[in-house]
Design a binder for this molecule. Structure first.
Ligand code: CTP
Length: 426
């Protein structure tokens, strides 16, 4: 369990130093600019949520959420008047985006979100909430877990002051994820997924009262839209500990509630762990493929009708499932035969199925395909065929394929041999 190295210092110099150490110089000076303007206008300004949580846990924190107690759009306009740039205002939510001028951020952030503190009420469970301007206390009370309700004040003499209305620091130090009230999951069932993400990311425990709320909260998951549900699973698949998170979601019956075909067992978890071997930006897509490739097309279609995957991912997923189920059909075939088949699959689906396989001839086949065979091309090109006086047409493709297969199958090993074969073919 990761416990913060110390609590937040009370003395202002020490607080400022802790913040300065955690932020890049560009982020720090940007926050300073906003804090100075907020102080001038008498607007309390806070860093809130995940940034503060991770700062106190001594983990690198990059994204920050800034909440203004008052009108964030007025603060954004004042910043533009003094420093330049532009604003995009979302008046309904009192949110403003400051598009930064080059003088403030020559290389760093391109924009900064400023959010007005708000209170939220839910008209009916799982719907988007009704939002009204509120105090910081209101804003903290609408949040998911106590560990996400910590705030650091930034304006003027308050710089670095910790605000802990709801026992967040205590829970952080004890390593507990706890909802703020009994109807939290009903208000927002995505919190069931977020809970598991934090529990396994930080190796925390779920507070017993919170755990006890889960069984009765499960039916609310059905109310989530495809986009919101898929987004939560996307976020989980991007985490280092995704496999453990899926296991926990299954244990708590959250996964089956999301869709009965979304199961995990030991071998699926081992497969999902392989997603750590791809680039961070590819993890989500590979996570999905590695998780679901063993499913049949009808089962995938059912999941697709609940989650509405984007077209690229859907195609890659169906292809991975087709390839995974036919993976043994490559055994005993000549390279020329399977290269033509594999070329019809999206490359990432082939990579995912290769990652999923532990050993054996089929795995070696995919390895050879990915590393070597898919790059093999004959020296002859369409241009060469034209020079030989051949009428352009489907024959070109056939000849080029035959030449490539001859290289792949070792029937041709030099340019000379390729030429001779070409003469025969023509
Ligand atoms: N939040 C919430 N309920 C949600 C989503 C978000 O209360 N369903 C609040 C939490 O206070 C959270 C903040 O909004 O800290 C920002 O949300 P988000 O960016 O999703 O989370 P982070 O705290 O930044 O955490 P993560 O590291 O998971 O991105």
């Amino acid at each position: 369990m990761s416990i913060p190295s110390s609590s937040w210092p009370a003395e202002s110099g020490a607080r400022a130093k802790r913040l300065a150490d955690a932020l890049s110089p560009t982020s720090l000076s940007l926050l300073q600019v906003v804090a100075d303007e907020a102080a001038r206008r008498g607007l309390p300004l806070y860093l809130v949520g995940g940034f503060v949580r991770d700062l106190l846990l001594g983990r690198p924190a990059t994204d920050f959420d800034l909440v203004v107690e008052g009108d964030a759009t007025a603060l954004a306009r004042a910043l533009v008047a003094r420093h330049g740039g532009d604003t995009i205002l979302h008046n309904r939510f009192g949110t403003a985006q400051w598009l930064l001028p080059d003088t403030i951020s020559p290389t760093g952030h391109s924009s900064l979100d400023l959010i007005s503190a708000r209170s939220e009420t839910y008209k009916h469970p799982s719907a988007l909430p009704t939002v009204r301007p509120g105090s910081l206390a209101d804003d903290l009370r609408r949040r998911d877990f106590t560990v996400n309700t910590l705030a650091l004040r930034l304006d003027g003499e308050y710089f670095g002051e910790l605000r802990d209305d709801l026992g967040g620091l205590d829970d952080l130090q004890r390593g507990l994820v706890r909802v703020l009230h009994q109807r939290s999951f009903e208000d927002d069932p995505t919190r069931l997924f977020r809970l598991v993400r934090y529990e396994k990311r930080y190796d925390f425990e779920v507070a017993p009262e919170t755990l006890a709320l889960i069984p009765e909260s499960l039916p609310w998951i059905k109310k989530l839209s495809a986009e919101r549900l898929r987004h939560e699973l996307d976020l989980i698949l991007e985490e280092d500990n995704a496999a453990a998170m899926l296991k926990r979601l299954a244990e708590l019956k959250i996964l089956a509630e999301a869709h009965p075909a979304l199961a995990v067992n030991l071998s699926i978890r081992r497969r999902v762990e392989k997603a750590m071997q791809v680039l961070p930006g590819e993890r989500r897509a590979f996570g999905w493929m590695l998780w679901l490739m063993h499913l049949s097309r009808p089962a995938l279609k059912e999941i697709e009708s609940r989650l509405h995957f984007h077209a690229n991912l859907r195609d890659a997923l169906f292809a991975a499932s087709r390839l995974y189920s036919s993976r043994d059909s490559f055994i005993g075939k000549k390279p020329g035969q399977y290269v033509a088949v594999l070329d019809d699959f999206p490359l990432d689906s082939v990579r995912a199925v290769y990652l999923a396989m532990l050993r054996g001839e089929a795995r070696r086949t995919l390895h050879n395909y990915l590393e070597t065979w898919r790059h093999v091309k004959p020296k002859t090109t369409g241009h060469t065929l034209k020079k030989l006086g051949l009428e352009p047409g489907p024959r070109y493709q056939r000849i080029l394929h035959l030449l490539r297969d001859a290289w792949l199958d070792g029937e041709v090993t030099s340019e000379e041999e390729e030429k001779r074969l070409l003469e025969k073919l023509v």
